[in-house]
Design a protein around this ligand. Structure first.
Ligand SMILES: *Cc1c(COP(=O)(O)O)cnc(C)c1O
Length: 420
């Protein structure tokens, strides 16, 4: 257990002792009244790594000078550009290289994965998910079940918090999976709920789904770059994520996909195909007959989106220099400090709805203010602290460890302490 103090001197000392504090200088911060803002919105859109601009300019130059030759020439041939992200992503999500690819964007990839791994028949057709999932995930699941002629009311099982509670209990999730039994085709959870910040027990959900003969897939939008996970060892069937939150790859950046080796290695695993999933050795023969690569890139369809991948690579390189496990360790300590400071406040009526166990959360704390939520959010913005607000009354505060520090968290606390 860390011992914290609610003083500026303590926060300054923690920043001085933080071995990762130098990484902050590698990001661009928006300005407020001429000063860098304090940015707690990396769970929505991560800050721009300073290396991104140069990386983009390099590829513009390759395009300028080599044109089509850039696919095979230049410093980073585009044919395999996306593969350079894989070794870094492996450490974040715990996968073999062959289980990962980057392509498209999150919701599109969720649909593509469901086309492969949600194969309902009249007996086994149900999908279990968390109630209050991110809207895009709800729409994806709803339209998938409708696509196969099922009624969402019947085919989608939502696990909700108990009356008067805000978080899901593990036993309720696992019991609901058991209860669905033979009717369950897929457990489809987010790795972390975007609203509460609750990190779900991925391994246990997966084991429970497999126990009733179903598959398990996860949306890791709020996990990738936030909490290192072990998808391969946990036997997760598939996962998808976006790269613009904690991975700092910029708006609309290329999405990430994990397909477990047990499926990815089988060319007969059903899917929709396109030429970029075809083996490179025969891709340019332009012949009939789709032969997917025996790895996750066998789900790629279109020419890879190089410019959407450049900033991801730049950011991953930097995060890797910090080290995923080091970032996670700092994140636990930093979010713990935020929680500690908030516990000292007696002047405001609010509740932290995110789990208090550090193993069940990442960088984000969601604060539910019974009143003044909007007002507090606005006051933060006026003072150069960027947080976000979700009705009713929830402020999400995400001190991303790559570019936030203890003094930032202290400043947030000070405003709550002194201005309300
Ligand atoms: C951010 C987020 C998305 C966004 O999906 P896009 O397809 O990238 O727009 C989807 N699901 C979850 C859980 C998210 O947090």
């Amino acid at each position: 257990m860390m011992s914290y103090e609610s003083t500026e001197a303590f926060a300054l000392q923690m920043d001085r002792e933080d071995p990762l504090s130098g990484f902050r200088a590698q990001f661009h911060f928006p300005k407020h009244l001429g000063k860098d803002v304090i940015y707690f919105c990396g769970n929505s859109l991560g800050l721009q790594p300073k290396s991104a601009k140069n990386a983009i300019e390099n590829e513009l130059e390759t395009w300028q000078q080599l044109a089509v030759g850039g696919y095979f020439g230049g410093p980073n041939p585009w044919l395999t550009y996306h593969e350079k992200c894989i070794p870094f992503l492996q450490k974040w999500v715990g996968a073999e290289a062959s289980e990962l690819t980057v392509m498209n964007a999150l919701t599109v990839n969720l649909h593509l994965m469901m086309l492969s791994f949600y194969r309902p028949d009249k007996n086994r057709y149900k999908i279990i998910m968390e109630a209050g999932a991110f809207p895009s995930d709800m729409y994806a699941v709803e339209t998938q079940v409708k696509h196969y002629g099922f009624d969402p009311e019947d085919a989608i099982i939502e696990v909700a918090p108990r009356e008067g509670e805000k978080l899901l209990r593990k036993e309720d999730i696992l019991n609901a999976i058991d209860k669905a039994g033979d009717s369950l085709a897929l457990a489809m959870f987010s790795g972390m709920n975007y609203y509460t910040g609750q990190f779900f027990p991925i391994r246990e959900i997966t084991a429970a789904a497999h126990g009733v003969g179903a598959l398990a897939g996860f949306d890791l939008a709020h996990v990738a770059g936030n909490i290192p996970v072990h998808l391969h060892d946990w036997q997760v069937d598939f996962a998808v994520w976006c790269s613009y939150k904690y991975l700092n790859a910029g708006p609309g950046a290329v999405g990430g996909v994990f397909v477990h080796q047990k499926h990815a290695g089988k060319q007969e695993t059903p899917r929709l195909g396109g030429w970029w999933g075809n083996d490179e050795k025969i891709r340019f023969k332009m012949e009939k007959g789709f032969v997917p690569k025996p790895d996750a890139s066998g789900w790629c369809m279109s020419t890879s989106q190089v410019f959407n991948t450049v900033c991801l690579k730049a950011s991953l390189e930097m995060l890797d220099a910090a080290g995923p496990e080091n970032l996670r360790a700092k994140s636990i300590a930093l979010t713990g400090y935020l929680e500690f400071l908030l516990s000292r406040l007696s002047n405001l009526d609010f509740e932290i709805i995110t789990p208090s166990n550090p193993e069940e959360r990442g960088a984000q704390l969601s604060l539910f203010f019974k009143e003044k939520g909007r007002q507090i959010h606005d006051a933060m913005l006026e003072r150069g602290i960027v947080v976000d607000y979700r009705e009713p009354g929830v402020i999400r505060v995400a001190p991303a460890p790559a570019y936030c520090g203890y003094l930032d968290v202290f400043r947030f606390y000070e405003i709550l302490r002194d201005q309300f």
